[in-house]
Design a protein around this ligand. Structure first.
Ligand code: NAD
Length: 430
């Protein structure tokens, strides 16, 4: 396994793409084929797309970048992100640098337990049906395991069957069974779905009812990751703001996201910028993780923040806890040429480590967003990053973009009108 010894890449953003690629190549020992995959997605063509989805007509590229400065559980890591939004990579790298001074991000995860659901309707007496199901739970778990013995060989497999009751619903009394399965290093959706479909006929026989849905739940609240980071308050000082003022602003932002769902949605979107950009790069089903995180955020009946920030003495402390359904086997992890290189850059992590990196990425991104909000506001930094897109939209040729961006920064106006006049000025000067 290749583990980079130092993710501090000062001035990484100032390098050309080629220089950055050479740096990453040196650290992650990438081959020429790996470089081709990163540069032009070599190995991922229309045929690959056609094998992966239905009705394929092409492939869809996204920028891939490296967030610098991440240290997770004492190990430095180059954190790949695939995302179309400007400032996500810069923000993550910036916050990871601050968190580094607090000794990096510490992460933990629970066992990789996923939940499969079986819906039962039209059974007889509810109490008697529950008793019968509970009496046969062990046999049903054994039957589920018989369909994937490779999983039990690895120490995973179905662990428990839980009976949940909904006595009054619009379609009558309902039982929802939960099959809890340790899916090891897989995301687990197909594993779970195969198991619940396999035991459904037995459930129907035991309950003398009707089984309808048999599918995993994306509210993977038994498969949680937690990331915690600390920043010395003094390190938060910027511009006219003291470290204490910035720290207080971050805590106040955190509390607003806890009490107000309108803010919580945006607060969590910021965190998910970090989670999703990493998950896309790592070839994960980010929609599954998104669904799980937002459902988890509403677990006590009100939608809340996924992270918490507080002050402990002279240190700002932040924690994020999220359900994480990710895998390093299955899905596209071994078939997508760019995803394969991303896993190599990551040092071929386990599914648990991959999930923990996603949470760390979310925590850093969240810190960067609320730190900006608590000080300059978000637009100053963001529009600065977005300026290159605005210049291109105004018609600037690649060789003119830098000069147009410089003009926009000078006038601090990032409108299309300002971009058009900046372009005229640049061309006039030329
Ligand atoms: P998968 O179908 O490829 O199954 C994983 C297989 O890998 C299993 O057969 C398992 O036995 C084997 N395996 C080998 N080494 C393993 C290890 N170390 N640990 C665990 N298993 C190992 O993948 P999956 O993870 O079951 O399903 C993921 C796919 O399902 C994703 O593409 C996802 O998008 C999709 N999916 C998602 C949903 C949803 O989220 N609602 C629903 C259906 C399908």
């Amino acid at each position: 396994m290749i583990i980079p010894t130092n993710s501090r890449l000062p001035g990484f953003y100032k390098h050309s793409v080629d220089e950055r690629l050479a740096l990453v190549q040196g650290i992650a020992e990438l081959t020429e084929d790996d470089l081709l995959s990163l540069r032009q997605a070599a190995g991922f063509d229309c045929d690959s797309a056609d094998r992966m989805v239905e009705n394929a007509i092409g492939v869809f590229p996204l920028p891939l970048g490296i967030a610098a400065n991440f240290r997770i559980n004492g190990e430095d890591i180059l954190l790949p992100m695939a995302v179309e939004e400007p400032s996500v990579l810069a923000a993550a790298s910036n916050a990871a640098n601050l968190l580094r001074d607090g000794d990096g991000i510490l992460t933990t995860s629970t066992e990789p337990i996923m939940i499969g659901q079986i819906q039962v309707l039209d059974f007889g007496d509810l109490t008697e049906t529950r008793r019968r199901l509970e009496a046969r739970a062990e046999a049903l778990v054994a039957k589920a395991n018989s369909v994937n013995t490779r999983l039990t060989d690895r120490g995973g497999g179905a662990r428990a069957l839980i009976v949940r009751e909904f006595p009054e619903t619009a379609v009558g009394p309902m039982i929802v069974l939960h099959l809890e399965v340790n899916v090891c290093d897989a995301m687990g959706a197909n594993i779970i779905n195969t198991m619940v479909e396999a035991i459904a006929p037995d459930v129907e026989a035991i309950t003398e009812g009707r089984v309808r849905l048999r599918i995993l739940s994306n509210l993977a609240d038994k498969r949680l990751v937690r990331a915690q980071g600390r920043v010395p308050v003094a390190r938060l000082a910027r511009g006219d703001w003291s470290g204490e003022e910035v720290a207080r602003g971050i805590v106040e932002a955190s509390v607003m996201a806890d009490v107000d769902p309108y803010r919580a949605a945006t607060h969590n979107k910021g965190a998910m910028n970090g989670v999703d950009a990493f998950l896309v790069a790592a070839g994960q089903d980010w929609r599954a993780v998104e669904a799980g995180c937002h459902a988890y955020a509403a677990r006590d009946g009100r939608y809340r923040s996924l992270s918490r920030w507080g002050i402990d003495g002279d240190t700002l402390v932040g924690t994020i806890e999220i359900p994480m359904q990710v895998g390093v086997v299955g899905g596209i992890t071994k078939t997508h040429s760019v995803v394969k290189v991303v896993h190599k850059i990551l040092g071929y992590p386990s599914a648990a480590r991959l999930g923990e990196i996603a949470a760390a990425s979310g925590l850093a991104q969240n810190l960067a967003a609320i730190m900006a909000l608590a000080t300059d506001g978000i637009q100053r930094g963001h529009m600065g990053m977005h300026a290159r897109n605005i210049a291109s939209e105004a018609g600037a040729r690649p060789e003119e973009v830098a000069a147009v961006v410089a003009e926009l920064k000078k006038v601090r106006d990032y409108s299309s009108v300002a971009a058009a006049s900046a372009l005229l000025k640049v061309r006039g000067a030329a």
